[in-house]
Structures are given as structure tokens and as C-alpha cells.
Design a protein around this ligand. Structure first.
Ligand code: S6P
Ligand code: ZN
Length: 206
């Protein structure tokens, strides 16, 4: 069997980029319709500058084999739609028992996690924070700071991403809004529809 060549990628924390990436993508405001609670504020923000970059992702994917690892970097801009902080789309891994590690590099933000049954967890992230996202947790990153929020991540190469689990529920159970002693607070999402017992069981089956 031919061995994969050992590889190093160089992280540029200030730029939020990584050399040697095998793939990159960028999400602009106009790509993120339906994510934010204040539709009027979203429409106005798109009107004013739909090209605004909300986040960039660069990753290195050696293979898609079970047992292999994907790693990369995500850089999130600071900003809000109305009072709701910029966030990633969020997902559960398509192979739901696959975990993930995030490692903070710059800025500050949150890893917002929700179990299929609707339990919420929040981990505050800054430079040097390592967050373990266990198997079966839906996860989304939120920039609660005033500068770029940069994290490195790694997860099993056969994980995949399922974005529909959040869309079908009307979003995550809580939104991250301005306010509170830390500058952010969790506010119940009025559009949230809890998953049925059957939907939860379908995600949790091995
Ligand atoms: C993939 C991993 C990250 C995210 C990235 C963007 O499993 O969690 O690479 O893809 O942070 O988030 P999202 O929700 O748009 O994929
Ligand atoms: Zn993930």
C-alpha cells in the first residue's frame, strides 16, 4: 500500500489562512438567507452590502477514508444582523458519531452545540482554547467579538456535514444576541421546532 506523504501547512493567524489547503470556500452575507431571526435587518444588510464576507474556510483533505483526518482553519468576521452575532451555518456530521476538535487562534466567540433532543451547550472560545465537540452534537461557531475570530479544526475524514438537521428544526434552539454581562446572551429561537422521537432515533442509530 502506498503511504500518504507527511505534510505540513503553515497557519497565518492574522490573516486567518493556511498554506497548502486542498480546498477553500467563502460564505458571504447573501449566501446565508434564512439563518438570522431578524429578516428585515438581514434584507437591509444584504441591500447595503450582500458581498460582505461572513466567514472563510480552508482545509486539507488527504483522503475520505475512515481513520483519516481532515484539518483546516475558519476565519469569521465580526458583525451582527440586528442584534444577532455573525455565525456559521452549523451542522451535525452526516456520520453523526464523528467528533471534532476546534483550537482557538485569535478573537473570541462561542461554540454553540445542540443535541438531537435539544439540549444546548456553549463553550467560550479564545486563543489557545481547545473545544471538543463530541459525537452526535450539532455545532455552530459564533463571533461575539469585535475582531476576526479564527480557529483551527480537525475531524474524521469520513464525517461529512448535514445542514438540513438545523433547517428542518427552524434553526438552533437558541440565538446568540448582544446583551448580558458578557456582551452576549442566549435567547430562545421562536421558530424552533423540537425534533420528533423518531427523528432523534434516526440520528442516534449507530
Ligand atoms: C466541518 C467543520 C468546519 C465547518 C466550518 C464552517 O465539520 O465543523 O470546517 O465546516 O467552521 O461551518 P459550516 O457550518 O458552514 O460548515
Ligand atoms: Zn463539523
Amino acid at each position: 500500500m502506498a503511504l500518504f506523504e507527511p505534510t505540513a501547512c503553515q497557519v497565518d493567524v492574522a490573516a486567518g489562512t493556511m498554506s497548502g489547503a486542498t480546498g477553500t470556500y467563502r460564505k458571504r452575507l447573501a449566501d446565508l438567507a434564512g439563518l438570522y431571526g431578524d429578516e428585515g435587518a438581514f434584507a437591509a444588510a444584504v441591500q447595503a452590502g450582500g458581498n460582505t464576507i461572513v466567514y472563510d474556510v480552508a482545509d486539507f483533505r488527504p483522503s475520505a477514508r475512515s481513520g483519516d483526518l481532515i484539518f483546516g482553519i475558519t476565519r469569521m468576521s465580526a458583525g451582527c444582523i440586528g442584534e444577532e452575532y455573525y455565525m456559521t451555518r452549523g451542522h451535525i456530521h452526516a456520520v453523526a458519531d464523528r467528533p471534532e476538535i476546534y483550537y482557538g487562534q485569535a478573537g473570541q466567540g462561542l461554540m454553540l452545540m445542540e443535541s438531537p433532543e435539544g439540549e444546548m451547550r456553549v463553550i467560550e472560545m479564545r486563543a489557545q482554547t481547545i473545544c471538543y465537540v463530541p459525537p452526535f452534537w450539532i455545532h455552530r461557531s459564533v463571533n461575539t467579538g469585535t475582531a476576526d475570530f479564527v480557529m483551527i479544526f480537525s475531524y474524521p475524514a469520513d464525517s461529512g456535514q448535514d445542514y438540513g438537521i438545523i433547517e428542518r428544526a427552524g434553526g438552533m434552539r437558541h440565538r446568540v444576541m448582544q446583551g448580558g454581562p458578557k456582551g452576549w446572551q442566549l435567547v430562545g429561537n421562536k421558530d424552533y421546532r423540537p425534533r420528533s422521537t423518531e427523528a432523534v432515533a434516526a440520528v442516534m442509530q449507530p
